[in-house]
Design a protein around this ligand. Structure first.
Ligand code: FEO
Length: 396
């Protein structure tokens, strides 16, 4: 990523990871790649806010060198311990050993456990400030948005918020600003990011947004650590987060299934037919061939979920079981869910799905639908009716 002066003497010095397709291990597919953003602020004192994934350390260092020799860095602000932002800290600190690392107490603990570096570390709390010269950096602890160590850095003179992972998108682009990129891709990636990473943290996110709103700090630019920078109407992404965090929904159903010999698939298609006949928006996914990250994004605003699975060994098939385990961890609220599936001689999959719906705290639909072996015409019609009834419940 070419170095870009995003504000006078504030430089974007991060890197683009065009080719990454799996993130967080294999928990998140990044079909559009990502960026690891870092910001260099030049004043009487020099601050580097965040670094990049360790394998891109050299590129980050070359970018910084285009602006200033590394030994001039006074402060390395570590907003977050996770290695996609802290991975280059050891390499950078070798070249500016006198710099002070700034972060929360949990950040200090986490960085030590990752890198065992003997760095001068200053712990900061919410409201603590560092004067750079004309500019100030103010810190806001944001525990569990999205790790215990997480923190936002704010520069009041520039009205610049650097919230690390919050408000990011996994989107590799040559452009640096949100208003320069394809808006469909931008919002698709912003929603996917929230759904797959931040969805379980809605309560904390609402509180943190309210806390920032009460502070009445002007925000002209939001510069996250992934993707593009929000400079035109930057609060639009904050409003979106507020809605997602409140689990706001739209009348829409997502049907996800796994089928062993095609019976559950036939049922799924008829259920979708029933939903469709009411005019309600619906999407159908075979979880064995779908990208889970995309399915979760589709679920983010959907009011209704329907999960189907054939019974195997008295329980669910493994891909569906893994998917629902992931869904459970996201703790979606304010939803209605139903289950369906085929079985041979003894059921079990539906019971497991219903247990997960209950454990997740999703409201269960009044009924489910199961079929032995292959559905006949009347059972297929029951599936259509089931879909129609579920749609009425969602619309109701
Ligand atoms: Fe982008 Fe929590 O790391």
């Amino acid at each position: 990523m070419p170095v870009l002066e995003i504000l006078p003497k504030v430089y974007s010095v991060g890197v683009v990871d065009w080719n990454v397709r799996n993130f967080h291990g294999h928990t998140y597919t990044t079909k559009r790649g990502t960026t690891y953003n870092a910001y260099l602020i030049i004043d009487e004192k020099v601050a580097l806010v965040d670094t990049v994934l360790g394998s891109f350390s050299d590129e980050l260092i070359e970018n910084i060198k285009q602006v200033i020799p590394l030994e001039k860095i006074d402060y390395l602000i570590a907003n977050h311990v996770e290695t996609d932002h802290s991975g280059a800290i050891p390499a950078v600190m070798k070249l500016c050993p006198k710099a002070k690392v700034i972060g929360t107490e949990k950040c200090k603990e986490g960085l030590y456990r990752y890198y065992y570096g003997n760095w001068d570390f200053q712990i900061v709390k919410s409201g603590d400030k560092i004067k750079l010269g004309k500019r100030t950096l103010v810190f806001l602890e944001t525990p569990m948005v999205h790790w215990p160590d997480s923190m936002f850095t704010y520069c009041p003179e520039e009205e610049l918020l650097m919230p690390n992972d919050a408000f990011g998108q996994h989107l590799a682009t040559s452009e640096r600003f949100a208003d320069q990129v394809d808006q469909c891709a931008l919002w698709d990636e912003a929603a996917k990011y929230y759904a797959n990473i931040l969805w379980p943290l809605g309560t904390v996110i609402i509180k943190k947004i309210e806390e920032v709103q009460k502070m009445k700090i002007p925000i002209k630019i939001i510069a996250p650590s992934h993707g593009v920078i929000w400079r035109k109407d930057p609060l639009q992404i904050v409003s979106k987060y507020a809605g997602w965090a409140k689990n706001d929904t739209i009348p829409k159903v997502v049907v996800v299934y796994e089928s062993m010999w095609g019976a559950t698939e036939k049922m799924a298609r008829k259920i979708v037919e029933g939903i469709n006949s009411t005019g309600l928006s619906v999407k159908l996914f075979d979880i064995t061939t779908s990208d889970r990250t995309e399915v979760i994004k589709e679920m983010l605003e959907a009011k209704g979920f329907i999960f189907g699975c054939s019974t195997h060994n008295n329980g669910m098939l493994p891909t569906m079981a893994g998917f629902l385990d992931f869904v459970k961890g996201l703790k979606p609220k304010n939803r209605i869910a139903a289950s369906f599936g085929s079985y041979g001689w003894a059921g079990g999959a539906i019971k497991q799905i219903e247990d997960i719906i209950q454990e997740t705290g999703i409201q269960a639909f009044a009924s489910n639908i199961s079929v032995q072996y292959m559905p006949d015409q009347s059972e297929l019609q029951r599936c259509v009716d089931f879909g129609r009834e579920f749609a009425r419940r969602i619309n109701g």
